[in-house]
Design a protein around this ligand. Sequence first.
Ligand SMILES: O=P(O)(O)OC[C@H]1O[C@@H](O)[C@H](O)[C@@H](O)[C@@H]1O
Length: 247
Amino acid sequence: MSAIKVEIPGYQAAIFDMDGVVTRTATVHARAWKEMFDEFLQRYSVERGEPFVPFDEEGDYFAYVDGLPRHDGVRSFLAARGIELPEGEHGDLQELDTVHGLGSRKDALVQQVLARDGVEVFPDWLERVKEWRQAGVKTAIVSSSLNCQAMIRAAGIEELFDARVDGAVSRELGLKGKPDPDIFIEAARRLDVEPSASVVFEDAISGVQAGAAGGFAVVVGVARHGNHADLIEHGADVTVSEITELK
Ligand SMILES: O=P(O)(O)OC[C@H]1O[C@@H](O)[C@H](O)[C@@H](O)[C@@H]1O
């Protein structure tokens, strides 16, 4: 937490990242990434006679994958391990060791968990978003995820947003993924509010970088894992452990 005092009704809009800020789904993604990458890395290391170094669900997830669009996440982690795979094509079968094949495999695992467990909303976010909307603050949801609309529908919170800019919308409009600020700027545009009058809420390093690059009034880092210093270092103006710390 920094010394800055932020009162959200003093701004025209609040723009929320989804996974890890609004919904308890960052861990669903992190586990799916781990299961998919570990299976791949195990085979890859045996083929090369190299030691198997598993995907670290915290370190590797936060550093290379969190917040990025699906295939950027695959590329970013593989590059960190010095592994190059063919791109493949959108819709590649899960069996293929291509960037798209690995992405499809990870998504199949996410779908299994969502079908089994549903989507949980963070109660601290829910409490505040209702108050802020009543106070006249416009709200948008922003996510790199192609599963965003299905997730907010499953969670029953679609009505709490005036705009949505997600992985599907980004693909349609050709928006750059985080850490570029495109999706946040598009959300402000859809709300008819200037970035300088809007507050961004983000839990990912790539996300606070995007908020800072977009000229938003305040970037709130949501440090649910105690990662305050990391978020401040990469562009958050203020951090909270829970959103109810803000009025
Ligand atoms: O694979 P999806 O559902 O399109 O999601 C892409 C990414 O969306 C981001 O919001 C998550 O932080 C990442 O973990 C996730 O991989």
